[in-house]
Write a protein that binds this ligand. Structure first.
Ligand SMILES: [Zn+2]
Length: 518
């Protein structure tokens, strides 16, 4: 820890070694001299002093001008017992919201202690869990996170529709009953994967009446009869990924142009044909394209594109050779990512130039829609869906921000998608999403300007050549603050490295590229 004299709030044990993490909250914490990049689209402003009492922001004050000495008499005063962080030259942003964060599945062997550290080390202070190991598992972690007894972001827990039910939800009455039971358990929402129309309609109606939110991955099995537009009209609050959107944009067909030997349980079929789907939809800026977009915006519908999770489809080499795999990817995750007829998303049975070129065009059309949706006032959020297809927790979220930039977002629009938009989509904009008096003290602090280069947010930093012709790494989040508790992001990454290294030793594991044998 770089910070002296701290209150130890959590001791955690993983594979037999314990870690010290988190400092605070404080009766008063003053973060001095930062440049604020707020999540509301405002340009950077500094130097600013930010005052926090407990977990609440109590003052956000401009204290001078760039390059001019700050008059100490104009700064907020430190109270007895208060804590100061002098962060002249640093940038401060609201904590990031990952709208699509699975806490890790058994198949991936990714336990919460590992996943949470990677998220927190990348400034992610709130996560929407779109179904995982069951609602009880997620709610237990949510409550521990609320008390700050574990290192973890805030958790909004959505249950997979039908999860935990002993019988198939085969009619609207069963759907409504399940939705009520889910709300009763304390879930924050539902994650759908598609269902017959009458069941989707009933479940969404009941869920909306109860005031809960919802997400849907419109899987191909049900999308011919129920696409994104049906969902949005019935009360779904956000769509995940992109499936179901091209189908809402069809004008000269009603089903995807499946080859006749297609089999949904063949992962290469699924992903290869998906890569041709946007080309089957209405052309950008055509009448139908415009009317679908405008209706979704009128319905206050949220898009969570999760661009990054499909990136291996357009550039497999980039995804599998990402430099963080060596030190931060667990052996079990690496094995899970390998081509397989069984693991979900491990679809490159024979993935080559043709598939990648099709997917590049798919991305171009998809990004055009998402960027224009934002331009017309629609809400777009940042979500990662890590733990699949070579995308690693935390790192993949930064990649998602880069891909929003590639889609055409100004970097300030990227930050807003990552902060305020996420808060709004969760109904938490009164508590988080911007740095404002009365909101919770969730911050990302870094010594580089992420607007100039989003890559500085990667835990491995960005590459830079110095004046002296020396190659160095700059950036990496320095501190993540959640609920007024300060976490040293670098220390969290060190802990992850240690977990991975111990696991490799235990298994005598060497990370090898697919198909390479010694
Ligand atoms: Zn997912």
């Amino acid at each position: 820890m770089l910070l002296p004299c701290f209150l130890l709030i959590a001791l955690y044990s993983w594979n037999g070694f314990s870690q010290e993490t988190g400092e605070g909250p404080f009766n008063q914490l003053i973060i001095r001299g930062v440049t604020l990049i707020n999540g509301n689209g405002a340009p950077p402003q500094g130097p600013m002093d930010i005052v926090v009492e407990g977990n609440i922001i109590t003052q956000v004050k401009s204290v001078g001008y760039p390059g001019v000495a700050i008059d100490p008499s104009k700064r907020p005063a430190l109270k007895p017992g208060g804590r100061e962080l002098d962060l002249d030259g640093f940038y401060l942003l609201p904590g990031f919201v990952d709208m699509h964060g699975h806490i890790g599945g058994k198949a991936q062997g990714a336990e919460p202690e590992y996943v949470f550290r990677l998220w927190m080390a990348h400034g992610i202070t709130t996560v929407r869990e779109p179904s995982g190991r069951g609602i009880d598992f997620a709610l237990d972690l949510k409550r521990k996170s609320e008390k700050n007894t574990i290192v973890a972001p805030r958790i909004e827990a959505y249950t997979g529709f039908g999860q935990g039910s002993e019988q198939t939800i085969s009619n609207p009455e069963l759907a409504r009953a399940w939705v009520r039971e889910n709300a009763g358990k304390g879930a924050d929402g539902i994650k759908f994967f598609g269902a017959p129309p009458e069941i989707m309609a009933a479940a969404l109606d009941e869920n909306r009446k109860l005031g809960l939110r919802s997400a849907c991955h419109h899987a191909q099995l049900d999308v011919a009869r129920w696409n994104v537009l049906h969902s949005a009209r019935a009360g779904l609050t956000s769509m995940e990924h992109w499936y179901g959107l091209p189908e809402a944009l069809f004008t000269d067909r009603t089903v995807q142009d499946y080859p006749l030997n297609y089999n949904y349980n063949n992962e290469q079929h699924r992903f290869e044909e998906a890569g041709k789907l946007w080309q089957q939809a209405a052309k950008p800026y055509s009448e139908h394209w415009n009317s679908v977009m405008n209706e979704l915006i009128d319905l206050n519908f949220t898009l969570v594109p999760t661009f990054n999770i499909y990136e291996a489809s357009r550039d497999l080499h980039r995804a599998r050779r990402a430099e963080w795999h060596e030190e931060y990817t667990l052996p079990s995750l690496w094995v899970f990512y390998q081509p397989s007829k069984v693991s979900h998303g491990s679809y490159w049975h024979f993935w080559g130039t043709e598939q990648e070129v099709a997917w590049k065009e798919n991305y171009r059309l998809w990004m055009t829609f998402v960027n224009e949706y934002k331009n017309r006032g629609g809400r777009v959020c940042a979500g990662s869906d890590s733990g699949f297809i070579f995308q690693l927790y935390g790192f993949a979220y930064v990649r998602e921000l880069e891909l929003l930039r590639e889609a055409g977002f100004h970097p300030l629009e990227v930050i807003r998608a990552a902060t305020l938009n996420g808060a709004e989509a969760l109904g938490m904009e009164g508590e988080i999403g911007t740095v404002a008096v009365g909101k919770k003290a969730d911050f990302v602090i870094i010594d580089q300007n992420p607007l100039e280069n989003l890559k500085v947010l990667y835990g491995t930093g960005a590459i830079k050549l110095t004046e002296d012709n020396e190659v160095v790494r700059v950036g990496g989040v320095r501190y993540t603050i959640k609920d007024g508790v300060i976490y040293d992001a670098r220390a969290l990454l060190e802990e992850v490295k240690e977990m991975v290294s111990q696991e490799k030793k235990r298994l005598d594991f060497t990370l090898m590229q697919p198909g390479i044998k010694y």
